[in-house]
Design a protein around this ligand. Structure first.
Ligand code: SAH
Ligand code: SF4
Length: 353
């Protein structure tokens, strides 16, 4: 087991040579444990309506400068089928958080429709925030099998600082536990480079992932959105630093957790056009191409500078393929690309029983 002290040292690396060594080591751990295929999850950002008010987020409820939208069922299914026909293997359905009955029922029937239309072939990940245990059970039954719910930061004080009073760290953690109990491949992650966040906090985030025994990680740099209360901190946020720190977090997560899935997130690309390729070189093995219709993209801005707002899914597909080849990787088309860790730990458990 790698000690906290070593994790802190890796995250604090600031010279180019040591950084290259860190990325090379992470890349080696990646190829040994999950190979060098990248798996796609086409992400459909189907609604920006959110009942929450996370202080960093551009689509928070109180931001009045956002045109709220909701894609129709047909549009969502069509986007999912486009991913299927393009051999993407999986989709992620993501939105702001709602937990009213109409929303829960709608997701349930959408999951069933997508499963039916793709003959059960398309893998579905959900990322729609905190829900009750019953809802998680229903949606799992309906056919989704992976869920992304970032803890955002594993440090309770920081969590409190960047969320309103009625957003609870403990509730979020409990939701993650419920997902795991229900059988979901469970993914979490953190924002990297929040004002006041130290390498010690980030090392504890890595230890949190390990201790929670996560199957997947999706994490990325914090990027300021000017219509949020956190705009006032923008002078203390350095995008290049946050990108570097995020790449180091990917590398260290790979070295410590070995056989999990790690996403190279779009936020990396928002800071540097080649950010996602750098993420793959640092140990990530998942890419989530945005397949949301162009007419909605500019209203799903969690942060400023989101790339590819005017490129449709077809344009993104050919652009991505070039980028991935540049990174020396190939794409695992038509495969779910599940977390090897999820299956390995289950085998060990059933073996022990
Ligand atoms: N509403 C769901 C899913 C959509 S938000 C949820 O919150 O879980 C998806 C992720 O966007 C969040 O987990 C958060 O980490 C990230 N995000 C929000 N605002 C951001 C910002 N300003 N910079 C970088 N990432 C941000
Ligand atoms: Fe809503 Fe998610 Fe943004 Fe929080 S991070 S305000 S839950 S969309």
């Amino acid at each position: 087991m790698i000690e906290r002290k070593e994790i802190i040292e890796m995250l604090a690396i600031d010279n180019d040579q040591e950084l290259e060594q860190l990325f090379a080591k992470a890349y080696q751990v990646k190829t040994e444990n999950v190979g060098n295929k990248v798996f796609y999850r086409g992400i459909v950002e189907f609604s920006n309506i959110c009942t929450k008010n996370c202080l960093y987020c551009g689509i928070r409820k109180d931001n009045k400068n956002v045109d709220r939208y909701e894609m129709t069922d047909d549009e969502i299914i069509e986007a999912a089928m486009w991913a299927h026909d393009s051999h993407y293997g999986s989709v992620v359905l993501q939105s702001g958080e709602r937990s009213d009955a109409a929303f829960v029922n709608r997701i349930n029937s959408l999951l069933k429709s997508i499963k039916k239309r793709s003959n059960g072939k398309l893998g579905i990940t959900l990322s729609v925030g905190e829900q009750s245990k019953e809802t998680f059970e229903r949606w799992y039954e309906a056919g989704a099998h992976r869920y992304l719910l970032r803890i955002e930061t594993s440090n309770k004080e920081l969590y409190k600082k960047y969320h309103p009073e009625n957003h609870s760290y403990d509730t979020r953690l409990q939701a993650l536990r419920n997902l795991k109990k229900t059988g979901w491949q469970t993914g979490t992650g953190v924002l990297i480079g929040l004002p006041g966040q130290t390498v010690e906090h980030l090392a504890d985030d890595i230890l949190f992932f390990k201790d929670f025994d996560v199957d997947m990680i999706g994490m990325g740099p914090y990027i300021v959105h000017n219509d949020t209360p956190m705009k006032s901190y923008s002078d203390s946020v350095y995008p290049e630093n946050n990108l570097n720190l995020a790449l180091k977090m990917i590398a260290v997560a790979r070295i410590v957790l070995e056989d999990i899935n790690i996403a190279s997130t779009t936020a990396l690309q928002a800071i540097n056009p080649t950010g996602r390729e750098l993420g793959l070189r640092a140990g990530a093995n998942i890419i989530m191409p945005v397949i949301t219709d162009v007419k909605y993209r500019s209203n799903y801005l969690l942060y400023e500078g989101k790339p590819c707002l005017d490129e449709n899914a077809v344009q993104c597909r050919s652009c991505l393929e070039r980028r991935i080849a540049t990174a020396g990787e190939s794409v695992g088309y038509d495969q779910w690309g599940d977390s090897p860790h999820y299956y390995r730990k289950r085998q060990i458990r059933s073996h022990n029983r």
